[in-house]
Design a protein around this ligand. Structure first.
Ligand code: UD1
Ligand code: CA
Length: 458
């Protein structure tokens, strides 16, 4: 089996400068979904053939986005229709076996569905069809009195009677390769769109005595072609529905499966709970018993067992150790590593820092480029002054230190183990272990102080 993917169309109806097949669905461009399906099918068939990608519009953007993809690139110079697009791929096609034609704008087709198409008689031209309540826009499958397929007619060329047909062409065809070049050579553009329609080969196959079969797809959602942003949004919903279903079947409790978005890969342990409006991006690992509150965003994160992420927290490229508590309203930036039982509370930002077991920063703090020891308590309003305007410096805080509220730790600086920092201090030199260090203007009182009075002008 060989595979051709059609992706040369501009996608005018998207009204976008991005080529249609590069529009995102979940975490990847549309075309990546189709390529993944193609690769799975080829691997299935034990085929070493590489898929042929027909490109045209936005070719450079496409090639730049798909670096590392193992496929043949076939250029279709001008977009003269799907038949012309397949013709552009002919140079890479062996005239033996069958050629599966996939559309780059139909991203949700499942491998299992395509397997049913591949199970059709090996000498037949097989069409993946679907029966839709609203078939408008699609090519219609025309069957004779005995139910045999004899042609496909495009919406714009169809008579009112033909338009009433609800069985449609999904755009996915499996074509005997030996006939392909001959049929494509006989296409003409004598139709409503002035294009070379791949679908016209169906009538040619019938005329040549090649068996034609229509194989119905089970689901309506998976055959959806994307032509505009409304359809893209619909596809995204369907994609997310599948992602949520997978999480549920993996044992994750979703408070509302319609209100979680997965844009990447999630691995979850047992008894994980996810509240509404959570977005998971990249690679996210959730250990046993992790609970994620509403409105959190996690990207490339490892969250270990028993962790509670409270609502409205953002976690990006970070690791959270067992039983830690994060948020509400916490922000963990790249390079953050929290050990077991750490608490990072509301309006606390942590970047490129390690917090050892049991450390706490419960309110309103910034910890950047810091090593925070075990059981350290970071008071509200404390910040590391890690940036001098040119370079970043580290702050090292020893185990069991206590940092009084509203302190500024001017890096590079070290706070010794067990040290106490008085509230409101600006610490720019080493604070020795064990002692109390503080920088504070002495408090004074002016007795009987008279506040200024308002001028009573005319
Ligand atoms: C096509 C089918 C229609 C089917 C529908 C399913 C034809 C003539 N019509 O219609 O029967 O119901 O798909 O979604 O085949 N492309 C190229 N080069 C071109 C033209 C198109 O590469 O010159 C690519 C597009 O990028 C797209 C695919 O082929 O990925 C389908 O093209 P599109 O214009 O969207 O066809 P439809 O009108 O949707
Ligand atoms: Ca289409």
């Amino acid at each position: 089996m060989q595979i051709v993917i059609l992706a040369a169309g501009q996608g005018k109806r998207m009204r976008s400068s991005l080529p249609k097949v590069l529009q995102p669905l979940g975490d990847r461009p549309l075309i990546r979904h189709v390529l993944a399906t193609a690769e799975a099918l080829l691997a299935d068939a034990g085929s070493a053939a590489r898929p042929v990608l027909v490109y045209g519009h936005g070719g450079e953007q496409l090639q730049a986005t798909l670096t590392g993809v193992d496929c043949h690139w076939a250029h279709q110079a001008s977009q003269r229709g799907t038949g012309d697009a397949v013709a552009a791929a002919l140079a890479h096609i062996q005239p033996a076996g069958r050629v599966l034609v996939l559309c780059g704008d139909v991203p949700l087709l499942r491998v299992e569905t395509l397997r049913t198409l591949l199970a059709s008689p090996p000498d037949a031209l097989a069409i993946l069809t679907a029966i839709l309540d609203d078939p408008s826009g699609y090519g219609r499958i025309l069957r004779d009195a005995h139910g045999a397929v004899h042609a496909i007619v495009e919406q714009r060329d169809a008579s009112p009677a033909q338009q009433a047909v609800r069985e449609i062409n999904t755009g996915t065809l499996l074509i005997p390769a030996a006939h392909l070049a001959g049929w494509l050579g006989r296409l003409d553009a004598d139709n409503a769109q002035g294009e070379l329609y791949l679908t016209d080969i169906v009538a040619m196959a019938v005329a040549d005595g090649v068996p034609v079969v229509g194989v119905p797809a089970a689901g309506e959602a998976e055959i959806m072609g994307i032509n505009d942003r409304a359809q893209l949004a619909q596809c995204e919903r369907e994609y997310q529905r599948r992602q949520a279903e997978r999480l549920l079947l993996d044992g994750v409790a979703l408070r509302d499966p319609a209100r979680v978005d997965v844009r990447g890969e999630v691995t979850a342990g047992r008894d994980v709970e996810i509240d509404v409006n959570v977005i998971l991006e990249g690679r996210v690992t959730l250990g046993d018993g992790v609970r994620i509150g509403a409105h959190c965003i996690l990207r490339d994160a490892v969250i270990e067992a028993g962790v509670r992420i409270e609502p409205f927290s953002l976690i990006d490229s970070a690791r959270v150790g067992p039983n830690a508590v994060v948020g509400p309203y916490a922000r963990l930036r790249p390079g953050t590593e929290l050990a077991a039982d750490v608490h990072v509370g509301n309006f606390v930002e942590v970047k490129n820092s390690r917090l050892a077991a049991g450390a706490k920063a419960n309110h309103l703090a910034y910890l950047g480029d810091a090593d925070v020891g075990a059981r350290v308590n970071v008071g509200a309003g404390t910040i590391t002054c890690n940036y001098d305007g040119a370079n970043k410096h580290r702050t090292v805080i020893g185990d069991d230190a206590f940092i009084g509220s509203n302190s500024s730790l001017v890096a590079p600086v070290t706070i010794g183990a067990g040290a106490t920092i008085g509230a409101g201090s600006v610490i720019s030199r080493e604070a020795p272990p064990g002692g109390l260090t503080l920088t504070r203007a002495p408090q004074k009182t002016i007795p009987g102080w008279q506040r200024p009075l308002k001028n009573k002008g005319k």
